[in-house]
Write a protein that binds this ligand. Structure first.
Ligand SMILES: [Zn+2]
Length: 374
């Protein structure tokens, strides 16, 4: 990934280019941003730039180093990232090789993927994903080697906030005694959760979310949506490109209609139809099920805002707004709170690989009882 492949952020990109051109590459940098910031993408572009043999204002994209960076297989770029379901010691080496392969394909196939996307990609569980003590040992082992092909050895640590305490301590020691030409890039969405001792040893590069204009331009390039739909999505996504693209999908997937129909069926207590709907949801792929639940949570949030009489600040429009207003008439804030909790729980059970059909059916019956109690 090159700088030019990342929308916006010209200020940060310029800063990074200048620091390399003037030979002031800090050995430990923290690319911090809110959820949805393109800080991992920027770290990848920066690593590619550092390795490039013909760099100007951006990596050339065609030299041997760039060709490897594009595929995320440059031997001097190392990755550390959180995973769950780490196998026992005997299988550890095999697992490591396999998960690294998956990580590289994930970066290629979902270049702006977030933590959820990664978990779905390799089939793990968010709640248990950590950077283990073993990973920090690997880092130390890697650091003992000289760079193979590049002037720099780059170590990208994604989500350092998920480091196991013993891994943090290992990393801390390395940051204290930097090896020559090694560049650590910590890529965090929760820098406030990092140890102060780690923070104080890194140079912080703040990566802002995209502006509405930048997001709008990007969506126009990437999607088929018309301008009114795009401006609606831009308002909802608040600078988060990943979320914006998911919202585009949900608009295209007709979540709005499905959700309205589902709630109506719950209200009418049509159990036969609820069973059919549960089967329909069961047929969605895992990511789609999750996206649909997220869409449901957003809609419930709109209902809360409507009930709290904050209607003027909420973001739904047109058809959606009509549904929110109608639905609010039969709901109350405690009811929506309960419904929200149930939808959240359903997401949790799905993540733990429960049967989607049973989860959605159970959820539908409980929602019926809340929306239209007997
Ligand atoms: Zn190059």
């Amino acid at each position: 990934m090159r700088y030019q492949d990342i929308p916006g952020l010209s200020h940060v990109k310029n800063h990074l280019v200048k620091s390399v051109q003037s030979g002031k590459v800090h050995h430990a940098q923290l690319f911090s941003g809110k959820e949805g910031a393109l800080n991992l993408q920027l770290a990848l572009a920066y690593a590619m730039y550092l390795h490039c043999e013909n760099r100007t204002q951006d990596a050339c994209g065609t030299c041997p180093a760039c060709l490897k960076s594009v595929k995320h297989v440059h031997p001097d770029t190392h990755f550390v990232f959180p995973v769950s379901n780490i196998k026992n010691e005997k299988d550890a080496e095999k697992f490591k090789a396999e998960i690294l392969k998956q990580w590289r394909s994930f970066l290629l196939e979902e270049p702006i993927g977030n933590f959820d996307d990664w978990t779905n990609y390799y089939g793990g569980e968010n709640k248990q994903a950590i950077i283990s003590k073993e990973s920090s040992r690997d880092i130390i082992r890697n650091l003992a080697l000289r760079p193979f092909e590049s002037l720099f050895k780059v170590m990208i640590i994604w989500k350092p906030e998920s480091m196991h305490a013993s891994a943090s301590n290992g990393i801390l020691k390395i940051l204290e005694e930097p090896a020559n030409n090694t560049v650590f890039i910590l890529v965090s969405n929760a820098a406030d959760q990092l140890l102060p001792t780690i923070l104080s040893r890194t140079q912080q590069i703040k990566v802002p979310l995209l502006s509405d204009d930048e997001l709008e331009e990007e969506l126009t390039k990437r999607t088929e949506c018309d301008s009114s739909k795009i401006s609606k999505i831009v308002q909802q996504a608040e600078g988060n490109l990943n979320l914006a693209l998911r919202l585009t999908d949900s608009a295209e997937n007709g979540y709005e209609e499905t959700f309205t129909n589902w709630m109506r069926t719950c209200y009418e207590r049509k159990y036969g139809e609820l069973v059919q709907l549960a089967e329909e949801f069961h047929g969605y792929d895992k990511l789609d099920q999750k996206n649909f639940l997220n869409y449901s949570l957003n809609s419930l949030r709109e209902v809360i805002l409507e009930l709290a009489d904050a209607g003027q600040i909420h973001r739904s429009r047109d058809q959606e707004l009509k549904f929110v207003q109608d639905f609010s008439k039969i709901m109350s804030i405690p009811k929506v709170d309960k419904a929200t909790r149930l939808v959240n729980d359903a997401g949790y059970y799905l993540e733990r690989n429960g049967s989607a059909k049973m989860i959605f059916l159970d959820l539908s019956l409980q929602l019926s009882n809340i929306i239209n109690p007997k």
